[in-house]
Write a protein of this length. Structure first.
Ligand code: SAM
Length: 264
């Protein structure tokens, strides 16, 4: 059996070495024998081996060629495992599914790409039943944040538009090899079957949210200058002198609908 290559920082490689944490992730994912599971960034297979005999099919997406070679060797006899040597940021998850099928997606994600990866997955959530990810704890807090809290921002609003967010548990650096410099946490994201609010056009909603949080300390009137005037903001039931971090999802949706009614 080949010796594993040294962890590569540029791929965010911090390998899980705590069996209890691995078990808690598997329990939280709760794969069923008929499930089609996708693991992002399987690394040396710490989680992979516990998923294999609990689901019907397991696709793993790993960018590091040395690790895909290792995984193919390690799990050579697993008939239900498909190893993809690919960049998860450009991966077509939709292409893995049969008509009507939904995936469970899991992973101890590389922290350096977690936000763009989440957005990539939001774009394909029609084929995803559930996502369970290990992320930097601070990112999990931002995903789950409520209006008015310090961590509430663009990521919170966009993630909550797409998914129900549940923080599961924290994980200490010592559970990884090498230990990361930050605390980690596991989070469950369950895509909404239908968007929770009407936004008119998704692209406009994205723009409103990005602009509103672009300069956090500005009032909405100033942050949205050129997009919506103060009286149009007020007509949405939103105080133009408020700041984005105090606004619930529904208010961003109302602003986006107004913009859409002007530029359908
Ligand atoms: N799941 C393993 C574990 O828990 O021990 C490894 C987790 S490690 C934090 C992240 C893994 O994602 C590494 O194996 C790394 O090579 C892989 N990775 C990094 N960037 C990636 C990308 N863009 N697409 C797919 N895999 C990636």
């Amino acid at each position: 059996m080949r010796t594993p290559p040294k962890p590569r920082k540029r791929f965010g490689q911090n390998f899980l070495q705590d069996g209890r944490v691995i078990q808690r992730i598997v329990t939280a994912l709760a794969p069923r024998p008929g499930d089609h599971v996708v693991e992002i960034g399987p690394g040396r297979g710490a989680l992979t081996r516990h998923l294999l005999d609990r689901c019907r099919r397991l696709d793993v997406v790993e960018i590091d060629r040395d690790l895909t070679v290792l995984l193919r060797e390690r799990f050579a006899t697993a008939a239900n495992l498909i190893v993809h040597e690919a960049d998860a940021l450009a991966f077509d998850f939709d292409a893995l599914t049969a008509p009507g099928e939904k995936l469970k997606v899991v992973g101890n994600l590389p922290y350096n790409i977690s936000t763009p990866l989440l957005f990539h997955l939001f774009g394909q959530q029609a084929v995803i039943a559930q996502m369970l990810f290990m992320l930097q704890k601070e990112v999990v807090e931002r995903l789950a944040a409520t209006p008015g809290s310090k961590t509430y921002g663009r990521l919170s609003v966009m993630a909550q538009y797409h998914c129900r967010i549940e923080k599961c548990f924290n994980v200490k650096p010592a559970c990884f090899q090498p230990p990361p410099k930050v605390m980690s946490a596991v989070v469950r994201l369950t895509p909404h079957p239908r968007p929770p609010v009407e936004v008119g056009a998704y692209g406009l909603f994205e723009t409103v949210v990005a602009k509103a949080f672009g300069q956090r300390r500005k009032t909405l009137r100033n942050a949205l200058r050129g997009l919506l005037e103060a009286d149009a903001i007020a007509a949405c039931g939103v105080d133009p002198t408020a700041r984005a971090e105090t606004l619930p999802l529904e208010s961003f949706a109302a602003l986006s609908r107004t913009l859409y009614s002007r530029h359908p």
